[in-house]
Design a protein around this ligand. Structure first.
Ligand SMILES: NC(=O)c1ccc[n+]([C@@H]2O[C@H](COP(=O)([O-])OP(=O)(O)OC[C@H]3O[C@@H](n4cnc5c(N)ncnc54)[C@H](OP(=O)(O)O)[C@@H]3O)[C@@H](O)[C@H]2O)c1
Length: 310
């Protein structure tokens, strides 16, 4: 286990964050129909009041609207917020110079001089991990970001990014990947273990499996839009897992299914960043932190998750 570097220690101290894809996105999240700017603002306020102050956005969320909303909220709060955003490797962004340029545009939208974490949103066949890290090093050099992260990088790509940064004495802070009770790929393919070994924080996205792990969706009541298709084959099988989560939640004083799903990720040593469309969801999600499932409960959840995925 590599010692965690002083630059990235703050990330390891964060138990949970707040995802901001919902802020302005109409295609996946029906922004404007299911939630408004007022709802989002309330979700932001509730999260901060509950001690969640790590916000994950991206330049592509709502085509910049998520970053602009974050900027607006930041101006209106006294509370300290930790900001993470992302670079999207569009095919026309063919050299490392696009990375600091994109970050400057993000900073402009958010209205800050630097962010706490700048992440490459996806790997790309057009820019190697090494080239991408050269661009990220430029961002660090110019004081535009405190730390460097990646997202959706395989173990091989991650090791290449890690090594290139290490040549310059800069730690790789995080890899943000899909991880939940219904998607345990990173546990099974060794990525999670490798992150722990190298002191890289694994940030777990879609930790509630886009709402499915709260137990509110069923084959009769599927999520709207694109999500309905994605989860069509999972929903008929999920009820034994939801039942177990409910039982375990009851043994912890009435924790909700979503809170159990989030706590399971915390127990796995990762940082979940659930999205929330309103204050009620944000409050519920915040209750996923600040306590711990027992090892036995984690084991039971693992076993059930495996069983329903067969
Ligand atoms: N790096 C990447 O490629 C990547 C990819 C995906 C996500 N992310 C990041 O990860 C964050 C979280 O992932 P996600 O947004 O995909 O999914 P998620 O956090 O698994 O699910 C969020 C959705 O679940 C529902 N929900 C949330 N809390 C709830 C609660 N307490 N009770 C009932 N329903 C609740 C809401 O949708 P409904 O009310 O409509 O059901 C909400 O929009 C994103 O916001 C983003 O920051 C990153």
């Amino acid at each position: 286990m590599t010692e965690i570097s002083s630059e990235t220690r703050f990330l390891h101290a964060i138990e949970m964050g707040l995802g901001a894809w919902q802020w302005g996105d109409r295609v996946m999240w029906s922004y404007g129909e299911t939630h408004t700017d007022k709802d989002i603002r309330e979700a932001f306020d509730v999260s901060l009041s509950q001690g969640l102050r790590f916000i994950d956005t991206a330049e592509v969320y709502g085509s910049g609207r998520s970053e602009r909303l974050l900027g607006k909220f930041l101006k209106e709060t006294e509370q300290p917020v930790l900001i993470a955003t992302k670079f999207f490797p569009w095919p026309w962004r063919f050299n490392k110079g696009f990375i600091p340029r994109a970050l400057k545009a993000s900073l402009e939208r958010i209205g800050v001089e630097s962010v706490d974490l700048y992440q490459i949103h996806w790997s790309s066949p057009l820019l190697s991990p090494e080239t991408m890290m050269e661009g990220m090093l430029e961002c660090v050099k110019q004081g535009l970001t405190r730390t460097v992260g990646i997202s959706n990088f395989s173990q091989t790509q991650m090791l290449r990014a890690y090594s290139r940064l290490a040549q310059h004495g800069i730690p790789l802070a995080s890899n943000q990947v899909h991880y939940s009770l219904l998607n345990r790929t990173v546990e099974k393919n060794g990525l999670l273990a490798r992150c722990k070994e190298l002191g890289i924080r694994l940030i777990a996205y879609s930790p509630l499996e886009k709402g499915v792990l709260t137990g509110k969706y069923s084959p009769q009541n599927p999520p709207r839009g694109v999500r309905g298709g994605t989860y069509a084959s999972v929903l008929p099988k999920i009820s034994p897992l939801i039942k177990l989560m409910t039982e375990i939640g009851q043994d912890h004083g009435g924790k909700t299914n979503g809170q159990v799903a989030l706590n399971w990720l915390i127990c796995k040593g990762t940082l979940p960043i659930p999205g929330a469309k309103n204050a009620a969801q944000a409050l519920d999600n915040a209750g996923g932190a600040g306590w711990k499932l027992t090892e036995e409960e984690v084991g039971k959840l693992d076993e059930m998750a495996d069983r329903i995925q067969k």
